[in-house]
Design a protein around this ligand. Sequence first.
Ligand code: G6P
Length: 448
Amino acid sequence: MKNITLDYGKALAFVREEELSQLAPAVKLAHQLLHEKKGPGQEFTGWVEWPQTYDRQEFERIKNAAARIKEQADALIVIGIGGSYLGARAAIELLGHTFRNQLKAEKRQAPEIYFAGNNLSPVYLKHLLEVLEGKELALNVISKSGTTTEPALAFRFFRKLLERKYGVEGARERIYVTTDRNRGALKRLATEKGYETFVIPDEIGGRYSVLTAVGMLPIAAAGIDIEEIMAGAREAMELYANQNLEQNPAYQYAALRNLLYAKGKTLEVLVSYEPQLHSFAEWWKQLYGESEGKDGKGIFPAAVEFSTDLHSLGQYLQEGLRNLFETVLMFEQSTAELFIPEDPDDSDGLNFVSGKSLDFVNKQAFAGTLLAHADGGVPALVVNIPANNPYYFGQLVYFFEKACGISGYLLGVNPFNQPGVEAYKKNMFALLGKPGYEQLRQELLKRL
Ligand SMILES: O=P(O)(O)OC[C@H]1O[C@H](O)[C@H](O)[C@@H](O)[C@@H]1O
């Protein structure tokens, strides 16, 4: 079976092979810190072995719950924010139909899926409630802390809706809770109400949790083969446990981005040529942004979709400030084959590509852009993915997680905490009048 590969040929005008080799000892040290659980944040490194150690019984329960959801519901509402929804959304969008919610139910063979609790917009919630009218519903609420405001608020709305629609008993059968084993308001509520619960392990932080019940339940409910995802992740776990930098593309990626960062490339743009990767990029942004952006350091993770954004941000990428590099996600094979029809009149002047597949044209856009951007002073790392399927999704997730842990250690930060996220929350609570925040409220009101 083929594996994911990393091509950094188009970065070699900016970093030399020797510079990469010189990082090998530092990478080895980072590897040891991570694997021996001796580095900063070591209590949150359970994801490293997870593809092998995950709870098989719970996994079966996830599959059963997913089967029940498919029977119960026309639509599944997935409530969560950050690490508690981005991974599931990434998988469902990448591995499913681009327009899955609009497909006929027989074709989809699984419920429509809607995400909630990832913003505070009343418009979003109102519109979602309108779309759900008349549909049979099930709900998966996901929160590790069990106290995050956005999902907790959304859950209050939807719990009431389900209780109105199905009664308290009926709602209980349609509400699935994924949270901490013991702690948090959500856990308490689930116990009190008797909801079926799934566990987010203590030793796995939100942004590294897609391969736990956090991602697996909604992904399975969407009709995606989660065994295959775990098989891909397991393979990746073996592949990327190799300490040897020359043989480990995940470690090369970690090392190269640190080398580029040291040369002033402080912004990394994740590039894709497949709209299905949109939410994957969102997942990746959280993974790297929260893991590395601290202590006044870190690469800013951004994302673009080509060729769409070549007609907007393309200008900046080609000729703007030279503080960026690109990481391109490329599927070797597209899941759809479409050939460009012949037109005898050639009135649109496109016969030079007739008979060619659209995927071929997309790949020429990729090749052309890669060269143009290299000429424009933008280094590129290319992550080649053999195919778009659950197996390689599992591999890709683990590739980026492993690289992120190593990259954070190379940068000299704790890649497993996110202390900075609390600042806005405190202010918001104070402004909302949450008990315990009275003094801060007074201070803030003076400043507004
Ligand atoms: O799963 P939860 O505890 O609700 O957290 C959801 C998200 O919100 C927080 O503010 C963190 O910054 C994220 O790392 C986390 O993934």
